[in-house]
Design a protein around this ligand. Structure first.
Ligand code: ZN
Length: 244
């Protein structure tokens, strides 16, 4: 089984299309999403439609929750708040129903999925280092849990021969064959923040016991134009060119 994992799409239609094309070329069989389908970008309805049509299994992100009034906007910065308000005006009733029914975590046969942490998903905490991952790694019932939220790819692992110590796996090719548990942030499709403007995603090959973090070029100019034309804060368009 080959999974394609993507998240933090943030209503970036060009980036989503390019990543799905990449998944097709890499013969991905199932698509999973770590959430934040909407917010920041200008194509929320289109991105929801595409994920539904692709049969993706999706968890709920904090922006998804905010757009259906499940989360207080006090937690959001000015630009994020403006984007949530704009997005609420765009979503159809069916879009809202779909966003509201998304689960906070998923446990599948080969892996688990959450937006922030696995152990307290409703708090939308960030996983950016070893200590942030400990409680989730203690709880996940599968070998690997995919998360998002920080928009920065990172892999935190516990090895079979040292299952109490959490370490950072270097590089973008993560060998799971000697790993007891792994928590992997797959980065962001629609708003990368690691100084690389290309869309980020991951491919999990279960038979090969391997996860690769991959980057995909997309038409940033078109997407930036869409954001400006929608009247969203221009900074949300400008940052896409720099991956910040
Ligand atoms: Zn996000």
């Amino acid at each position: 089984m080959k999974y394609g994992i993507l998240g933090d799409i943030h209503a970036n239609l060009s980036a989503l299309r390019s990543v799905l094309e990449h998944f097709r070329a890499r013969r991905v069989e199932r698509i999973l999403s770590v959430g934040d389908v909407v917010g920041y970008g200008a194509a929320p309805t289109e991105c929801i439609e595409i994920l539904r049509a692709a049969g993706a299994r999706v968890v709920k992100g904090n922006h998804d929750a905010a757009c259906v009034h499940e989360l207080d906007l006090a937690y959001f910065n000015t630009y994020a708040r403006a984007a949530v308000s704009w997005t609420r005006g765009q979503l159809s009733r069916a879009d809202c129903t779909w966003l509201a029914q998304l689960p906070l975590t998923l446990d599948l046969e080969d892996c688990s999925v959450a937006h922030g942490t696995y152990h307290r998903p409703e708090r939308f905490d960030y996983v950016q280092g070893e200590s942030d991952a400990e409680a989730s790694l203690d709880r996940i019932p599968t070998p690997v849990c995919f998360v998002g939220h920080s928009h920065v790819p990172i892999a935190l692992v516990r090895l079979e021969d040292d299952p109490l110590r959490t370490a950072r796996a270097e590089g973008t090719d993560i060998d799971l064959s000697d790993v007891h548990r792994a928590l992997i942030n797959v980065g962001s499709v629609g708003q990368p923040r690691d100084d690389d403007p290309r869309a980020a995603c991951a491919i999990y090959d279960v038979e090969e016991q391997r996860v690769t973090i991959e980057r995909v070029r997309y038409d940033i100019e078109t997407e930036a134009r869409r954001i400006r034309a929608a009247g969203l804060p221009p900074v949300l368009a400008d940052r896409l060119f720099h991956g910040v």
